[in-house]
Design a binder for this molecule. Structure first.
Ligand code: NAP
Ligand code: MG
Length: 498
């Protein structure tokens, strides 16, 4: 694979699109406003990207509604829909190297991750929902002999999707693939830091053959473009991934406008429990470290609360600390780099602010905690490990969204589970144990949408993903995600002579 000497050289090998994609065409924001896309790798200015507002939202909603009403996509035969979506998956796959590069330069995620995870998983997501199109049947109810009841699923109409910057394409694909597979039109608002890959994908959607108005992308900031989308009277649903704070706003917008359907995938503060009966502490230590340091901790399921049995705590944290010390932030464009930059300066300052809060509240900083690669002009923070954290400290309660592990000691399983569940979040949780009874007890008692036993981040497109509590509701991935984009209808037909 090609290695790039600079962000500029990488950028030159791509063909970024920077305008909004509405009704099958790239166009400037109606105001002509743009926003800067900056690479956090070294501060390079990448592009001026259209900054949409409510007028562009209105235009896109009208195009999406018209496309839906005309039915060119909605009423296409299942096999035709499937062909288009498979073509789309193939085009994304054929352009995966360029898309991986765009994501890496836009957000500082190591190129090894965008190549090995973000792009293949995006392609897999589109293929999975393409496959589903002609595999799912509606239902006929157990009707009396003089009637026929049909229970059918119908597309909602116009779906809005508001997504974060940490997995720009994958989080969008978790929305657009099931929404399109069920016949909806979609309007996507990517995070302002990372619009480039999705805008390039819009071009591929047109090439794949989605009718005009079915697939729209509106770059812009949250209040400017996301809010009017969620407030729009003619949008039928908003699928959101992002922080709990903004998720609450989205619910409010739905309530203030047309009671549109809302699906929320929000934040997390996931506990990873290490029992003293764990028979592979090396594997557990690697999972504890990588469960937070992957993508520099900017992962909603990051296992940031590390709960360790007191009897093994010092021995275990030594292993985690060794991994953290050896993991040096590097150039995200270097294929050997495993740990890159944070998404922007603001995120770096937020993470460093949490490190200061941790120290001030009495936690012991044992590794990292400082900015790194300062000469690069980019935004890097060292892998960081705190010991002697208590669950009431800010660094144990708030989502940091950076490479910071907070280690908390416990004395028995009951205490561990109580601490684990003492959070407003419930996205993921895990336990390392060789005791099958403890594994099952934890599996049942942990209040989270994903529970991992003797692994971390086990996942697949076939399994649902989402949260309990303030981590949101509704599920992405698997066939369950189709519920988010369809309405259930009963058709009752009276029969004569039955
Ligand atoms: P964020 O600040 O909540 O933003 C998410 C999206 O909402 C962005 O597109 C943002 O636009 C938009 N937005 C902001 N204010 C808005 C408003 N008033 N109205 C409508 N839209 C608005 O989250 P982030 O910083 O991008 O991402 C990190 C968060 O996402 C973390 O909390 C993480 O846990 C969560 N996340 C969850 C999952 C999951 O599946 N559960 C997956 C990934 C990330 P701008 O940023 O452009 O302003
Ligand atoms: Mg950027």
């Amino acid at each position: 694979m090609t290695a790039f000497a600079s962000v500029d050289a990488a950028l030159k090998s791509t063909s970024p699109r920077t305008q909004a994609f509405i009704d099958g065409r790239f166009q400037d924001a109606l105001t002509g406003q743009t926003m800067a896309s900056i690479s956090p790798i070294d501060g390079t200015h990448l592009a001026h990207v259209a900054s949409c507002d409510e007028r562009d939202v209105d235009l896109a909603v009208r195009a999406a509604r018209q496309a839906f009403d005309k039915g060119l996509w909605r009423n296409a035969s299942p096999s035709e829909k499937q062909r288009t979506m498979f073509r789309f998956a193939e085009l994304i796959e054929a352009n995966a190297e360029e898309l991986a590069l765009l994501e890496t330069i836009d957000l500082g995620k190591p190129i090894s991750n965008t190549r090995s995870a973000d792009l293949p998983l995006t392609v897999q997501t589109v293929r999975y929902y393409a496959e589903a199109i002609n595999k799912i049947n509606d239902e006929i109810g157990p009707s009396p002999s003089d009637a026929l009841s049909m229970i059918v699923r119908e597309p909602l109409g116009v779906v809005g999707a508001v997504t974060p910057w940490n997995f720009p394409l994958l989080m969008a694909a978790w929305k657009f693939a099931p929404a399109l597979a069920t016949g909806n039109s979609i309007i996507m608002k990517p995070a302002e830091q990372t619009s480039l890959s999705l805008l390039r994908v819009a071009e591929l959607a047109a090439e794949a053959g989605f009718p005009e108005g079915v697939f729209n992308v509106l770059p812009g900031d949250g209040p400017g473009a996301g809010k009017p989308l969620a407030l729009h009277m003619d949008v039928d649903a908003v699928a959101f991934t992002g922080s709990t704070q903004v998720g609450k706003l989205i619910m409010g917008y739905a309530a203030q406008s047309n009671l549109k359907r809302v699906g929320l995938e929000c934040g997390g503060k996931s506990p990873q429990i290490i029992m003293d009966d764990c028979d592979d502490l090396d594997a557990a230590a690697s999972a504890a470290a990588w469960g937070v340091f992957y993508d520099q901790g900017q992962v909603c399921t990051a296992g940031t609360r590390l709960l360790v049995h007191r009897a093994i705590k010092d021995q275990f944290l030594d292993k985690v600390a060794t991994i953290a010390r050896e993991l040096e932030p590097g150039d995200p464009l270097d294929p050997d780099t495993e740990f890159g930059s944070l998404v922007d300066q603001g995120q770096m300052q937020t993470v460093l602010g949490y490190v200061e809060k941790g120290k001030a509240q009495g936690a012991d900083l044992i590794v990292g905690g400082a900015q790194a690669r300062t000469a690069s002009g980019g935004f890097y923070v060292e892998p960081t490990l705190f010991d002697n954290v208590t669950n009431d400290m800010t660094i144990a309660q708030e989502e940091i969204f950076g490479p910071v592990i907070s280690a908390i000691a416990f004395d028995d399983l009951d205490e561990a589970l109580t601490i684990a569940n003492d959070s407003i979040y419930g996205l993921a949780a895990g336990i390392w144990t060789s005791n099958v009874n403890n594994a099952h007890i934890a599996g049942r008692r942990l209040r989270a949408g994903n529970v991992w036993i003797n692994c971390w981040d086990g996942s697949d497109i076939t399994t649902p993903f989402g949260g309990f509590k303030q981590s949101g509701f509704g599920r992405d991935r698997s066939l369950h995600a189709l519920d988010k984009y369809t309405e259930l209808k009963t058709i009752w037909l009276k029969l004569k002579g039955g």
